[in-house]
Design a protein around this ligand. Structure first.
Ligand code: MCF
Ligand code: FE
Length: 407
């Protein structure tokens, strides 16, 4: 059991639905949050305890959660072609072996370390090859480890499924409170129906979290719904295929009864598809920088309360730092009042992102895990606090995971 800590900070940011901010807030926690509140109540209640003050400009808030990363593609800087999704995909096929050859354990460890130091306490890592498994098991971060199912060639489905099962078996043998094995179905255009069905059957039996890329690009939408466009040309040229084996709607239906479910991107999902995702109680992961680099459009985040924020991998982003993503998102999204937008984005990067991975973190709430970060910012007006948290360069001073001080 973690020792009980008593902290106070200038700004305690709960990341609850109302984005409550407590000026001069107090928190008591061991591995979980025991109590929190303002000076009046907490100081009286815990009279004999000495609260450690984090400093005059301190913020204490839940650690950020990044629900969607690909660690194995990190050797990309300019190898993959940006600007158009299908062109990007062609370069993935052409150069993926080269990129994978360049990545080693130290490259994966370095990313995990940078992620932690930038204030992220949990991640969802999509693993295409399993090269990142040992690093994820060892990491101090909480990792939901999504083993990816991908491939459509009927003659290879058995081999692909066997490979998936082998990796899943290993991951399950290392399952712990900080390492959760899970399933990624790559996408409707890249994963064969029978492979999807087999993998989802296992996910249901074992109650594993599931994620999938969905309608990330216009090209994907045209291919899935009209068998046309540049992705159709791509499939004809590379796979001698002139029809998609599944429609976008049919793909969504396959995930029925998955409890912890997320669809990544959804930039080109229709209103009825977005409604269906809500009805499934599934979450959407929004990765705006990745979408901009791969020629996508910005998802409308207004009025939706099942959206979390993620970075995607270095295959389609220049950074895995969630504060970078937050800052870019703050500048990209329009038609939301500034401070409201900053609060919504922080809520998406904590509370909603934690929900995406099925964890009880991402909010300062009694009984929730004490995954917390603290840093200093300048802030004069409480009406600008969330904006300032996102805008200002900051060094993360303290990081707690399950109440344990990591940094
Ligand atoms: O999320 C981005 C863009 N969309 C799809 N896939 C990937 C992304 N970053 C890496 N990927 C991986 C994916 O996991 O690239 C391969 C898969 O293994 C693409 S499909 C040939
Ligand atoms: Fe991705």
């Amino acid at each position: 059991m973690e020792k009980i800590r008593y902290l106070k900070s200038s700004w305690l940011v709960l990341c609850d639905k109302n984005f409550t901010i407590i000026k001069d807030g107090f928190v008591v926690f061991d591995d979980k949050i025991i109590d929190f509140g303002d000076q009046n109540r907490l100081q009286k209640l815990y009279k004999s305890k000495k609260f450690v003050h984090l400093g005059a400009n301190s913020v204490l808030m839940p650690g950020l959660v990044n629900p969607h990363i690909h660690l194995e593609f990190a050797a990309n800087i300019s190898t993959l072609q940006y600007g158009s999704f299908t062109l990007w995909l062609k370069t993935v096929l052409k150069y993926r072996d080269e990129l994978i050859d360049k990545i080693d354990t130290s490259g994966i460890d370095k990313q995990l370390d940078d992620i932690l130091k930038s204030g992220t306490t949990s991640i969802g890592a999509i693993s295409s090859y399993g090269l990142d498994m040992n690093s994820c098991i060892k990491s101090k971060l909480k990792v939901t480890y999504f083993i990816e199912a991908i491939g459509q060639d009927i003659s290879k489905i058995d081999e692909l499924f066997e490979n998936f099962q082998k990796k899943l078996k290993k991951a399950l043998s290392f399952k712990s409170k900080n390492f959760t094995p899970a399933v990624a179905i790559h996408s409707p255009y890249s994963t064969g129906l029978s492979l999807i069905e087999k993998c989802l059957k296992i996910a249901k039996e074992k109650n594993l979290p599931v994620t999938a890329h969905f309608l990330e690009s216009y090209d994907e939408k045209q291919w899935l719904e009209h068998n046309s466009g540049v992705m159709a040309e791509f499939f004809l040229e590379f796979f001698n295929k002139n029809r998609s084996s599944i429609t976008a709607d049919k793909f969504l239906e396959l995930f029925k009864d998955i409890k912890i479910l997320s669809f990544v991107h959804c930039c080109y999902a229709s209103k009825s598809q977005l409604d269906y995702i809500i009805k499934q109680k599934a979450m959407i992961v929004h990765c705006p920088k990745s979408n901009m680099l791969l020629g996508g459009k910005l998802l409308d985040i207004k009025d939706m309360n099942n959206i979390s924020l993620g970075t995607d991998g270095l295959s389609s982003n220049d950074s895995l730092n969630m504060f970078d993503e937050l800052k870019m998102a703050l500048f990209m999204h329009q038609n939301i009042e500034l401070e409201t937008k900053a609060r919504v984005l922080l809520y998406m990067a904590t509370n909603m992102a934690s929900k995406t991975l099925g964890q009880n973190t991402g909010q300062i709430k009694v009984g929730h895990k004490a995954d917390l970060i603290s840093f200093d910012i300048e802030n004069k007006h409480i009406q600008n606090l969330a904006t300032n948290i996102i805008l200002q360069e900051k060094e993360i001073k303290d990081i707690y995971i399950d109440g344990k001080k990591i940094i």
